[in-house]
Design a binder for this molecule. Structure first.
Ligand code: NAD
Length: 351
């Protein structure tokens, strides 16, 4: 159905799993991975597929209008799967403008260029925008986010993603650009940059460093294994209805503190430490400003309409994830050197 697909942000955490899945599964597609290689982008994430004949990497910035135009002219894309973003809430609190630039202006630049190149024939064209459940704001102890939940973003990150979602739907309604959005819950798995809760905790436990937990660890998140997210994107990309939004989630809610305790138990086992050793590293730190209490996704529409369901139980996925970090120490050492140290001390050590 498609020939050449542009995947943006493919050197990042989720993007690299999506690129790998598409390159390996669809030999008939040409996959072009466009990534600016910010601190979060890492080509080591894709070293297993880098020489495949249907894969091309291009370094570039989605906010660079002339460059994006030239890229469309060169490759004649018939679909875009857009994941490139500034993705970390804490960084968005430090520097909101970077998030507005990439997430809003960058998305609008891609939309505008896709429209320019596709507008004479929208047939077999698709702009698939990957977004987050954080656009819906925060839940109390009950209820779930559905596709009908009103947007209520609370952080600069979620506000920038909400804005980008609105632009995608505005291009669909105003110009009839064929577009689909998916909003997914928190992902975990291999190749996750260690500023995020799970890889940060694994890294610190391994190195006997304090494991920072915001507030009292009461915040609840719904966790999904990243490869299940990539499968959901594949399903929605091929079977989803244009103009629709699909929520993706794991039906897997965890309080941060319960999750960290589970992780400590797994780490004790894997590192041959006495039970309870890793849990002693847990350190409660000042809560994140505007910290949303609870996110929980209702993914019924995706399940009923397109037949997708998560494949892994959380404990199994978490064990796999821990094993990956423990056997890929080089990857972790590489990404935690240099500028990561400056970020880490700014975020956790100067409180
Ligand atoms: P990530 O930070 O790991 O990766 C983002 C990638 O985008 C990096 O490779 C980075 O180099 C690239 N990038 C950043 N700015 C760019 C620019 N201006 N031009 C080109 N490339 C640029 O993020 P992730 O966690 O893999 O998230 C990917 C997408 O999925 C994001 O849109 C995010 O909002 C969404 N999402 C993430 C989660 C999650 O749990 N991580 C959940 C739901 C949705």
């Amino acid at each position: 159905m498609y020939n050449t697909i542009l995947i943006t942000g493919g050197a990042g955490f989720i993007g690299s799993h999506v690129v790998r899945l598409f390159v390996n599964k669809y030999a008939n597609y040409r996959i072009v991975n466009l990534d600016a290689l910010t601190y979060a982008g890492n080509l080591e994430n894709l070293k297993d597929i880098k020489d495949k004949s249907n894969y091309t990497f291009v370094k570039g910035d989605i906010t660079d209008e002339a460059f994006i135009d030239e890229l469309f002219a060169t490759y004649s894309f018939d679909a875009v799967i857009h994941l490139a973003a500034e993705s970390h809430v804490d960084r968005s609190i430090m520097d909101p403008l970077a998030f507005i630039r990439t997430n809003v202006l960058g998305t609008a630049t891609l939309l505008n260029t896709a429209r320019k190149y596709w507008k004479d024939n929208y047939e077999n064209k698709l702009f698939y925008h990957v977004s987050t459940d954080e656009v819906y704001g925060s839940l109390g102890e009950e209820g779930f986010f559905t596709e009908e939940t009103s947007y209520d973003p609370r952080s600069p990150y979620s506000a920038s993603k909400a804005s980008s979602d609105h632009f995608v739907m505005a291009y669909y309604h105003t110009y009839h650009l064929p577009a689909i959005i998916s909003n997914c819950s928190n992902n975990y798995g291999s190749h996750h940059f260690p500023e995020k809760l799970i890889p940060l905790a694994i890294h610190n436990i391994k190195n006997n460093k304090p494991v920072p937990v915001y507030g009292k660890g009461e915040n609840v998140r719904d966790w999904l294994f990243v490869e299940d997210h990539a499968r959901a994107i594949d399903t929605i990309f091929h079977k989803g209805r244009v103009g629709e939004t699909y929520n993706i989630g794991g039906f897997n809610e965890w309080k941060n503190i319960d999750l960290i305790n589970l992780l400590c138990m797994i780490m004790d086992k894997k590192l041959g430490r006495a039970p309870g050793t890793s849990a002693k590293l847990i350190t409660f730190v000042k809560d994140r400003a505007g910290h949303d209490l609870r996110y929980a996704i209702d993914a019924t529409k995706l399940n009923k309409e397109l037949g997708w369901a998560p494949s892994l139980q959380f404990e199994e996925g978490l064990e796999k994830t821990v094993e990956w970090y423990l056997t890929n120490e080089e990857w972790l050492d590489h990404v935690t050197s240099g500028s990561y140290q400056d970020y880490y001390s700014e975020q956790y050590q100067k409180r």
